[in-house]
Ligand binder design. Structure first.
Ligand code: XMP
Length: 513
């Protein structure tokens, strides 16, 4: 079991980022609820605790609190924003609400230049603040290490007890010295050695999965996407043929995708795969449905039905593998509902575990997409899978606006293949995160040869993004757009016009639906 840094999560927007930064420094890190007890964690070799920020004020009655024993454990502690204020409160410091909350960039001045927390950091630098209360009188044993114009105690520390806090957020990219501060705390102050890498994550997960599963059988829904591919491969490394992957071809996949997925997993990765051709079943259910939410619901239900039927044929199934990532786990914003870590409603197999009474295995739950790709590489997955762009579970159904028919599916599939082939062949920096074609319900007049046409409008969408939560439209070269447009109109019957989507998210979303 590796040395672990625990982030006590007080409901901050940035808890996951803190954990990620610690892992980037090469130290294993996990997020736990803010009220996790010392008793429950002490056996897991905690080498430091980081108390996250949070939306509440410590000055409010009943504000989220942490276990006193953690504070007295002697393990080094770092509090960020709310975390720092809580430490201050618990150690009898004085806090006051600010007349106006400080939010956004500020200039930090380092007062305690000799303190190891700011070793190597410049005296002045830009930091990111977001708080409504301020520490005005320090707890005993502490010194002020940094300040901003509006915040007298922007960093404090007690070198003897190895308890530190910053009012600014070291985990966000806007804080110039953020990485140095975390590095200094973890290495210089807490004395932790960086010995964690993705390989260790893989080994550790394999051991945990083996122990959890025992002799039982496990199933996994393969979608062809990176997440389920990595999760399934990881689990199969742990328990081999006890894992059965079920691949449901709902007929809403991209061109040749179903064959490619089955081939990659069966022949290259040697996973145990059951492929179900459910294309007709889905199309029949979707006939005449135009409302996007209804489409999603129908696809979700049907998926569960097919999956359930297949799973019922396998004896002693007790677990379901899901490729849930950190961004899929919606962090409840108020610590009160901390138990309510919920999967986004659009997440593909959300209803399965309850219906089938299965326990979940979610080995990627703590990771971000690029970390998952790294795990995929460590596991030896082909680059074509590791680098695959995100593709929604309901597939092309969300890229056909209006009725879904065989003909319209074929049309969007062909257009999509052209968009992908052309963008893949172009050398672009940055490479768009996602790019695809959308079949709109619009028909318009055109002229081809000598004749009038009245045909479909295809929209092309290409976005840059870090995580799909926000996105910008990709500034593709005009020549590339021209090639895409010419090819779509020339090669696909029934399309006479191509439009390029130049909206960011927000206000638009990535998918049109
Ligand atoms: P939106 O359209 O909400 O999409 O801006 C954000 C990202 O999520 C993907 N997406 C999905 N992924 N199941 C998924 O696994 C879904 O039902 C789903 N719907 C949207 C979308 O492609 C984009 O990357």
């Amino acid at each position: 079991m590796p040395a672990t840094v625990f982030v006590l999560d007080f409901g901050a927007q940035y808890s996951q980022l803190i954990a990620r930064r610690v892992r980037e420094i090469g130290i294993y890190c996990e997020i736990v609820p803010y009220d996790a007890t010392w008793e429950s964690l002490k056996a897991r070799q905690p080498v430091a605790f980081i108390l996250s920020g949070g939306p509440e004020s410590t000055l409010v009655e009943g504000a989220p609190d942490c276990d006193e024993a953690i504070l007295n454990s002697g393990v080094p502690i770092f509090g960020i924003c709310y975390g720092m204020q809580l430490i201050a409160r618990k150690l009898h410091a004085e806090l006051v609400p600010l007349a106006k909350a400080e939010y956004g960039p500020a200039m930090l001045h380092v007062d305690g230049a000799g303190d190891p927390l700011f070793a190597g950091a410049p005296l002045e630098s830009r930091v990111w603040m977001s708080h409504g209360d301020s520490v005005v009188k320090l707890p005993e044993g502490f010194v002020t290490l940094a300040s901003t114009e509006r915040c007298r105690v922007a960093a404090m520390g007690d070198a003897g007890r190895k308890i530190y806090g910053t009012q600014f957020h070291p985990e966000v990219a806007h804080t110039q010295i953020g990485r140095a501060v975390l590095d200094n705390f973890l290495h210089g102050i807490a004395g932790i050695v960086s010995d964690w890498k993705m390989e260790s994550f893989v080994e550790r997960s394999i051991a945990e999965i083996r122990e959890k599963v025992g002799e039982a059988n496990v199933i996994c829904a393969l979608s062809g996407g990176v997440d389920s591919a990595v999760a399934a491969t990881l689990v199969s490394r742990a328990i081999g043929r006890q894992l059965t992957c079920i691949f449901v071809d709902h007929g809403l996949l991209r061109k040749n995708e179903a064959e490619q997925v089955v081939k990659a997993f069966r022949d290259v990765l040697h996973l145990n795969v059951i492929a179900v051709d459910a294309r007709k079943r889905f199309l029949d259910k979707l006939a005449g449905i135009e409302d996007p939410e209804r489409k999603r619901i129908i696809i979700g239900h049907e998926f569960i039905a097919v999956f359930d039927e297949e799973a019922a044929k396998i004896p002693n199934v007790q677990f379901l593998v899901q490729g849930t990532l950190y961004p899929d786990v919606i962090e409840s914003k108020t610590p009160d509902s901390k138990a309510g870590h919920k999967i986004k409603s659009h997440h593909n197999v959300g209803g399965l575990p309850e219906k089938m009474k299965l326990a979940l295995i979610e080995p990627l739950r703590a990771l971000f997409k690029d970390e998952v790709r790294e795990v995929g590489r460590v596991l030896g997955l082909p680059e074509a899978i590791v680098e695959r762009q995100p593709f929604p579970g309901p597939g092309l159904a969300v890229r056909i606006i209006g009725d879904i028919t065989e003909e319209r599916l074929a049309l969007v599939r062909d257009a999509d293949a052209i968009v992908r082939a052309e963008i893949d062949a172009a050398i672009l920096d940055p490479k768009p995160w996602q790019y695809f074609a959308v079949l709109t319900p619009v028909k318009s007049v055109g002229v081809m040869g000598d004749g009038r046409t009245y045909a479909n409008l295809v929209a092309v969408r290409a976005i840059t993004s870090e995580d799909g939560m926000t996105a910008d439209w990709a500034r593709l070269p005009h020549e590339l757009l021209e090639r895409i447009s010419t090819r779509i109109v020339n090669e696909i019957q029934g399309v006479n016009r191509v439009a390029y989507d130049i909206t960011s998210k927000p206000p638009a979303t990535v998918e049109w639906e």
